[in-house]
Design a protein around this ligand. Structure first.
Ligand code: NAD
Length: 487
C-alpha cells in the first residue's frame, strides 16, 4: 500500500495498452483461476477449516466446486459473450448497419466478504476477467487464512500486471475507495454498502452491491410425508449446512400455519439428528461462527429474556470453540432484534400464521429480501408470491440452488442489493455495451436538414411512424396533410 497510486497507475497503463483485451489473455487467466483451485485444494480445505470450521465436503460444494463449475462455464461461453451482436434496424435506415460491441470497463475494485471467502472472490473475478478488465481484489480480513492464501497464490497463476490482491480491513478498504475506479463490486453489509456507494459517487463510478437481509421461507402444510421430509431436509441443509447459517441467501426465518408448526418442529428435530448426530459439536458437519464478536452478537440475540422462552430446540453454545448448536425458536416477538436484523447464524425462528396466504402481507410489510423460498405445491399461492412480492430471487420447494444456476442472474433488489452477476450476467455487469453504427455516404434524406417547412415536418411524421406508403404519397405530393398548430 506504500505507493498505491503509483501501482494503480501502472495497472491502468497496462490495461490501456490493450493487454487484457484479447480472448487469449482472458482464457489464460480463467485457466489460471482453475489451476489455482485444483492444484491447491488441500490448502484451501485447510484454510476454510481454520477460518470457518468448514468440512472439506461443504468447502468443495460451496466454494471450490461451484467456482470450478463457473470457470468452465465461462471458458465454454466466452467466445459468444465477446462477439459483436448485430442490431436490427428498421427499413428506413437505408444502407446503415449497427452492432452492440462489449468492451471492458477498465480497472475494477472487488471488496469481498468472509463467509465464502474463496468462492465469492473467485466468482466475481470470473466476470471481471472474462470481460477483459484489470482488477484489485480486497478479500475480507475476517477470514485471514483464506485472504493470505489468495494474496500468496494468485500471483503464481495470474497476470500480476492486471490482477492484484490487496489484503486488509476497513482502513485499507477506505484507502482503496479514495482511488478512482471504473467499477466497484462490493459484497457485504448494508452499512458498508452505503460507504462504498458514497465514495463511488465522487468519481461517478458504477457499483454493484451484493448485500444481505432476511430471506424468508414460507412452508405450506404439505400433505404427503415424502414432500414433508424433502422440504425439511432442504430447509435444514440450507440453514445449517452452509457456513452455519452465515450465508446471505440462507433461510433467515420460516412462516408456517399454526396448525402445522409442531409437526414441522418435530420433523426438524428428527432430521437434525440424522444430519448432525446426537452431539452436533462433534459432528464436524457444521461450520463455526467466524469470530467472538459475531458469537457474542448471536448469543445476545438469544439472551434477550423475551426470546429465551421461544427456544424449542438447541440453544447450546461454546464460545471457546465458536460453536452454536442448530437452534429453533417459535414465535419470538416480531419487534425483537432476532426478527428485525439479519440473523446470519444457526438460529431459526418460526413465525406462525392463521393462514399461509397471510405470509404475503407479512413479506410485503418488510424490506425486499435477496431471496424468498416457498415450499408449496399450491399453484395459486406460487402465482401470488411471484406477482405480489419482490425479491432478488424466488425458489419453490428448495433453497440456495439458485446460486449454482449460471443461467440465472444473482443479485438483490431494493435494500438487498444493486446489480447482478453469474454467467453471462457477470460478463455484462463488467462490460460496457457500446452502440456502434456504420453509415454509407451514398444515400441521404434531403429533408433531415434545414431550412424547415411543413412538407419536411410531414415526412418526419411518416418516417417516425414507419409509414412507408405515407412517405411515398408525401414525396409525390398527394399525402394527406395533417393539421399542424404552430405557435
Ligand atoms: P462487511 O460489510 O462488514 O465487510 C465486507 C467487506 O467490506 C470486507 O472486505 C471489509 O473489510 C470491507 N469493509 C468494512 N468496512 C469498510 C469500510 N469502512 N470501507 C471499505 N471497506 C470496508 O460484511 P461482512 O461481515 O464481511 O459480510 C456479511 C454481510 O455480507 C451480510 O450482511 C451478508 O448478507 C452479506 N453478504 C452478501 C452476499 C451476497 O452475495 N449478496 C454474500 C455474502 C455476504
Amino acid at each position: 500500500m506504500e505507493d498505491l497510486e503509483g501501482e494503480l497507475g501502472a495497472m491502468r497503463e497496462y490495461h490501456d495498452g490493450g493487454n487484457t483485451r484479447d480472448a487469449s489473455w482472458r482464457r489464460a487467466q480463467l485457466r489460471g483461476l482453475l489451476l489455482l483451485l485444483l492444484e491447491n485444494q488441500a490448502e484451501i480445505f485447510s484454510a476454510l477449516q481454520q477460518d470457518l470450521g468448514k468440512h472439506p465436503a461443504e468447502a468443495y460444494r460451496d466454494e471450490i466446486g461451484s467456482a470450478v463449475k463457473s470457470i468452465n462455464y465461462a471458458l465454454h461461453h466466452l467466445k459468444g459473450w465477446m462477439s459483436n451482436k448485430k442490431a436490427k434496424l428498421p427499413a428506413v435506415a437505408l444502407l446503415t448497419t449497427a452492432a452492440i460491441i462489449p468492451e471492458p470497463l477498465g480497472l475494477v475494485l472487488i471488496i469481498s466478504s468472509w463467509n465464502f471467502p474463496i468462492g465469492l472472490s473467485i466468482e466475481s473475478l470470473i466476470g471481471v476477467i472474462s470481460a477483459g478488465n484489470s482488477v484489485v481484489l480486497k478479500p475480507s480480513e475476517l477470514a485471514p487464512t483464506c485472504s493470505s492464501f489468495l494474496a500468496r497464490k494468485m500471483p503464481l497463476y495470474l497476470d500480476t500486471k492486471a490482477v492484484r490482491v490487496i489484503e486488509g480491513g476497513p482502513a485499507i478498504g477506505e484507502q482503496l475507495l479514495l482511488q478512482r475506479w471504473d467499477k466497484i463490486f462490493f459484497t457485504g453489509s448494508t452499512r458498508v454498502g452505503r460507504i462504498v456507494m458514497t465514495a463511488a459517487a465522487k468519481h461517478l463510478t458504477p457499483v454493484t452491491l451484493e448485500l444481505g437481509g432476511k430471506c424468508p421461507a414460507i412452508v405450506d402444510t404439505l400433505s404427503s410425508s415424502w414432500d414433508k421430509k424433502a422440504a425439511v431436509e432442504r430447509i435444514l441443509g440450507a440453514k445449517f449446512s452452509a457456513c452455519a447459517g452465515q450465508a446471505c441467501i440462507g433461510i433467515d426465518y420460516i412462516l408456517v400455519e399454526q396448525k402445522f408448526c409442531s409437526a414441522l418442529v418435530e420433523l426438524m428435530r428428527v432430521n437434525l439428528k440424522t444430519m448432525f448426530g446426537e452431539n452436533p459439536k462433534q459432528s464436524r458437519s457444521i461450520a463455526r461462527i467466524v469470530n467472538r464478536h459475531h458469537f457474542q452478537r448471536l448469543k445476545s440475540l438469544l439472551d434477550d429474556p423475551k426470546i429465551r422462552g421461544s427456544v424449542v430446540h438447541g440453544g447450546f453454545m461454546d464460545e471457546d470453540d465458536l460453536f452454536i448448536e442448530p437452534t429453533i425458536l417459535v414465535d419470538p416477538p416480531l419487534e425483537s432484534a432476532i426478527m428485525e436484523d439479519e440473523i446470519f447464524g444457526p438460529l431459526l425462528p418460526i413465525i406462525t400464521l392463521n393462514k399461509i396466504e397471510d405470509s404475503i402481507r407479512f413479506l410485503k410489510s418488510r424490506p425486499k429480501p435477496l431471496s424468498i423460498y416457498a415450499f408449496t405445491k399450491d399453484e395459486s399461492l406460487q402465482r401470488r408470491i411471484l406477482s405480489e412480492t419482490s425479491s432478488g430471487s424466488v425458489v419453490f420447494n428448495d433453497a440456495l440452488i439458485q446460486y449454482l444456476a449460471d443461467a440465472l442472474p444473482f443479485g438483490g433488489v431494493g435494500g438487498s442489493g444493486i446489480g447482478k452477476y453469474h454467467g453471462k450476467f457477470s460478463f455484462d455487469e463488467f462490460s460496457h455495451q457500446k452502440a456502434v453504427a456504420w453509415r454509407s455516404f451514398l444515400v441521404d434524406f434531403w429533408f433531415r436538414f434545414p431550412p424547415w417547412n411543413g412538407y419536411k415536418l410531414q415526412l418526419f411524421q411518416n418516417f417516425y411512424e414507419y409509414d412507408y406508403i405515407g412517405i411515398v404519397l408525401t414525396v409525390l405530393g398527394i399525402g394527406k396533410q395533417r393539421a399542424i398548430h404552430l405557435s
